[in-house]
Ligand binder design. Structure first.
Ligand code: PLP
Ligand code: COI
Length: 381
């Protein structure tokens, strides 16, 4: 089946001032193939029929934006981003709603974070209007790819990269902004079972003045060796410590962390404060609000490995969990460190963790009222 659209037409969406979002005809895969792919998509392996591509040229600004068929990008071998990693990305999700509509969770926050990241990487920010128009156009075109199974979502991956064919080290003069979409099930194959983590004492993720608070591609490349080390040690994930003293817990690979002090309704939550070296997660920020609404005190402060270990030993720390768009909320069970291993709680998901997880997922999947205006309903153009 193919679109009934004319080969190329301008939608009513605008990417940037004077730049309409053009819609191009694309081939859609047959329904049976799509349904087979949606049955068990895993994470990040299956992609929808469309993508959005926008181009920036210095001196002219954002020059064109197109919703088109998902296809390989053609890049010159000298493309700047391939050499010097002038590249950033985002991650957000679209959720099938009980009334048949589709909502994206807090996309304006991702637009703002990506714009901040662009400034840090000396790139031209994508206008928030363009980011949202691209997300809307893609989700609208690929509505049939939004899965409806339990905890399934359509994961959206906007990214921006320097495409000037040039080997000099300076900000490029040409960029692409691309959005692709990937139907997704659980990020961790074991679902909500606690993950084991490895404290990275050899490598650091981010240092003061560096790029730890933005989603630049290089941060993730630099994390891979430590992640391999974690796996070799029998763990699922790396936990990063501060670069200066290697004493304070910062975050996990791709997720922020929360520690639960005490238990039940009176439990207090602590999450590492945003010192500039960890990513200001949108899930983290949303959970601070949700936890406060559920009656918990939430503190953002520095939190040391020693406090974690001692709290687990004396029972004052009952749960630890990681949170992020891809992984939602995942309990942390066993912790491996040169200074001694420990296990949080009894190694099963904790009650506070699971209550917060359920509440957040209920909001995202539209099972409870969205009292914060977090859900952005995707409209047809
Ligand atoms: N920390 C890092 C390093 C990440 O890559 C992510 C994922 O985006 C997060 C934390 C969580 O951020 P968010 O909740 O916005 O997905
Ligand atoms: C996300 O949670 O969206 C992320 O970007 C984390 C990871 C997949 C890199």
């Amino acid at each position: 089946m193919t679109d009934t659209l004319s080969p190329s037409h301008t939608s009513s969406r605008t990417f940037a001032e004077g730049v309409p979002l053009v819609v191009e005809q694309a081939t859609r895969r047959p329904v049976a193939e799509r349904e087979q792919l949606l049955a068990d998509p895993g994470f990040g392996k299956v992609f929808t029929d469309h993508m959005v591509v926008a181009r920036y040229v210095a001196g002219r600004g954002w020059t064109e934006a197109t919703l088109t068929g998902y296809a390989p990008l053609q890049l010159d071998p000298s493309t700047a981003a391939l050499h010097y990693a002038q590249s950033i990305f985002e991650g957000l999700k679209a959720y099938a709603q009980p009334d048949g509509s589709v909502a994206v969770f807090r996309p304006e926050q991702n637009a703002a974070r990506m714009a901040r990241g662009a400034v840090r990487m000396a790139m031209p920010p994508v206008p928030a209007e363009g980011f949202l128009a691209a997300v809307d156009a893609l989700v609208d075109a690929d509505r049939d790819w939004v899965p409806t199974g339990p905890d399934q979502t359509l994961y959206l991956r906007p990214y921006q990269l320097a495409v000037e064919p040039f080997l000099g080290v300076r900000p490029a003069s040409e960029y692409l902004f691309v959005v692709i979409a990937s139907p997704a099930g659980a990020y961790f194959p074991r679902g909500v079972q606690p993950v084991s983590v490895y404290l990275s004492e050899d490598y650091i993720r981010a240092a003061p003045g560096g790029t730890g608070d933005v989603k630049c591609a290089g941060n993730y490349a630099a994390s891979l060796l430590a992640q391999e080390q974690a796996i070799a040690a029998g763990c699922d994930q790396v936990v990063w410590l501060d670069a200066t003293e290697k004493k304070y817990v910062e975050e996990m690979g791709g997720m922020n962390l929360f520690f639960v002090l005490g238990a039940g309704a009176d439990a207090e939550l602590v999450t590492p404060e945003l010192t500039g070296t960890l990513l200001p997660g949108i899930t983290r920020e949303s959970l601070i609000t949700v936890a406060q609404e559920l009656g918990h005190r939430v503190t953002e402060r520095r939190f040391s490995v020693e406090e974690w270990r001692a709290g687990v030993a004396d029972g004052s720390i009952t749960e630890t969990f990681a949170c992020g768009t891809a992984a939602v909320i995942t309990p942390v069970g066993h912790v491996k460190a040169r200074t001694g291993d420990f296990t949080v709680g009894d190694g099963t998901p904790g009650a506070v963790t699971m209550a917060l997880r359920e509440r957040l997922l209920d909001i995202q999947h539209g099972r409870v009222a969205d009292e914060h205006g977090w859900q952005h309903t995707v409209t047809a153009a």
